[in-house]
Design a protein around this ligand. Structure first.
Ligand code: C5P
Length: 296
């Protein structure tokens, strides 16, 4: 017997970042959109907890207890008082590059899969609490669609979306550490009174209307300057995507993946072609919003 969960990647269409909190985290207004690039997480009974992974980037995925999927299984097992005796297999199609929540997706996927395999009967709110313990982006991977994340990004309000948005993701070589990018944000803002992060009304309206042109004009990421400071070559990727016809481009989350919003599927294919031929490791096309973690 096994259970498979399909779980999507995300892009942050707005990432407003406040000053550093006493706990080291930052308050956010984080507008997430789930996009149709998926990992599939399969769990089956085993003698002991074990993680395996397949896919083009599989060699970059940790298979030990630092993998969020393993930690999700352990947390749920502890909560219901049983052993985390499962084999977790991850079929990875979300690029391993940072900024698309691939690790968070696997955490949410493994949690939902173990919950179904073990028949724990845990309430949705309990699963969301475990997700929040695993990481700031993990609750959104469970929920999907579009949502505004506040607090450190884990408190979610579901958002209305009036249409499909066509994206291209330029996957960079090598990663960027999320704590390092937040650290650079703090360094760049030293002595500055960083305002409270708030979601943009104009951006939420553009999402609700399904208006790509308006959304493109409103995209913003307060971590972008920090990511570009640590990885200046990302500005060339942003320029290349725009000159290939994207409506707008931005660093996705803490990067180094960059995301480009395009007018339609045809334009997305053109931008992906242009970016894939040299500027980045690979370019992927995806449409959002899509559903969150789902048992298949
Ligand atoms: O929650 P998560 O494990 O994804 O966070 C990784 C790191 O990113 C944190 O240790 C922190 O340095 C930074 N972070 C932050 N503020 C947030 C989310 C993450 O400073 N709201």
């Amino acid at each position: 017997m096994s259970v498979t969960v399909r779980v999507p990647a995300k892009v942050n269409v707005q990432l407003a970042v406040g000053g550093a909190r006493p706990d080291g985290f930052h308050d956010l207004a984080n507008v997430f959109l789930a996009v149709g690039l998926y990992d599939e997480v399969t769990v089956s009974p085993a003698d002991a907890l074990r993680v395996t992974c397949e896919g083009p980037d599989a060699s970059q995925v940790p298979l030990d207890r630092t993998n969020l999927a393993a930690r999700a299984a352990e947390k749920l097992a502890a909560r219901v008082g049983r052993a985390a005796d499962v084999h977790i297999h991850i079929a990875k199609d979300i690029p391993v590059a940072g900024g698309m929540a691939g690790g968070s997706a696997d955490g949410a996927g493994a949690l939902l899969a173990c919950d179904a395999l073990w028949g724990t009967g845990a309430a949705r709110s309990e699963l969301l609490d475990i997700c929040a313990e695993l990481g700031s982006d993990v609750p959104f991977s469970l929920v999907g669609g579009a949502a505004l994340g506040t607090g450190r990004g884990e408190k979610l309000r579901v958002l209305d979306v009036g249409g499909a948005f066509h994206w291209v993701f330029a996957v960079a070589d090598g990663g960027l550490s999320t704590p390092a990018v937040y650290g650079e944000f703090d360094r760049l803002n030293e002595g500055v009174d960083v305002p409270e992060p708030v979601a943009s009304r104009v951006l939420l309206d553009a999402l609700a209307k399904g208006d790509s042109v308006a959304l493109a004009a409103a995209l913003s990421n307060d971590l972008q300057a920090a990511a570009l400071s640590l990885r200046p070559s990302l500005s060339d990727v942003l320029a290349a995507g725009r000159s290939a016809g994207a409506l707008a481009g931005l660093v996705s989350g803490s990067g180094p993946t960059t995301a480009f919003l395009t007018r339609d599927a045809e334009s997305a294919a053109k931008v992906a072609d242009a970016l894939g031929s040299g500027t980045c490791r690979t370019a992927r096309v995806a449409v959002g919003p899509v559903a969150g973690a789902t048992v298949v």
